[in-house]
Design a protein around this ligand. Structure first.
Ligand code: ATP
Ligand code: MG
Length: 184
């Protein structure tokens, strides 16, 4: 079972994915968390990654692909995986398709969490106070939303054309969103 989960920053991808991986018993592959783990080190690579993320930009495609392709080939992912916040660009989506074709493991479904920008800004500013993530501040949040509309939103059309897209309203409560994502 291979699932892609896309949505704007602050849509609640991480929250929903933590519940979905328990239900489906597959690993959670959050590129955001993997990149934050890289940033915790004190290396040239970590400073390179931070220069993108802390400015509200996306990390470079080649770097993200290298991390993801390593993970997906590991034994933990034999039963499948839930990709959280990946792919985020058309290049990543096409590279993922190529990789999965090579591995003969097609994507099952792409879940899109939809939340209007005004709600996202409110949520992210609130999260900034709680988690203190360096990329959750007013100007970076606006840049991340702009980048989402420009680079990630086109994936909705791309996966829609493949007949794989399921869009869900992400403004409801956590449990209502979960129930819509996996109706029992
Ligand atoms: P949510 O709150 O819905 O979990 P988010 O956008 O706040 O979403 P992450 O998915 O954790 O948080 O991503 C944090 C940052 O990591 C992004 O703003 C981006 O800079 C970088 N990033 C994450 N995934 C990718 C990716 N696939 N390609 C490029 N950069 C990425
Ligand atoms: Mg997240």
């Amino acid at each position: 079972m291979l699932i892609v989960f896309i949505g704007p920053p602050g849509a609640g991808k991480g929250t929903q994915c933590r519940r979905l991986v328990e239900l489906f018993d597959i690993p959670h592959l959050s590129t955001g968390e993997m990149l934050r783990a890289v940033m915790e080190q004190d290396t040239a690579l970590s400073r390179y990654v931070a220069s993108y993320i802390n400015a509200g930009k996306l990390a470079p495609d080649h770097l993200v692909m290298r991390i993801v392709s390593q993970k997906i080939k590991s034994p933990d992912c034999a039963k499948g995986a839930l990709f959280d916040g990946f792919p985020r660009t058309m290049v990543q989506a096409q590279m993922l398709d190529d990789l999965l074709t090579e591995l003969k493991r097609p994507l099952d479904v792409v879940l899109e969490l939809r939340v209007p920008d005004e709600v996202l800004i409110t949520r992210l500013l609130k999260r900034a106070k709680i988690d203190g993530r360096a990329d959750d501040n007013d100007s970076t949040i606006r840049e991340r939303l702009r980048v989402f509309h420009e680079q990630t939103k086109p994936l909705v059309q791309y996966y829609g054309a493949q007949g794989k897209l399921r869009s869900v309203d992400g403004t409801e409560s956590e449990l209502d969103v979960l129930a819509t994502l996996c109706p029992l």
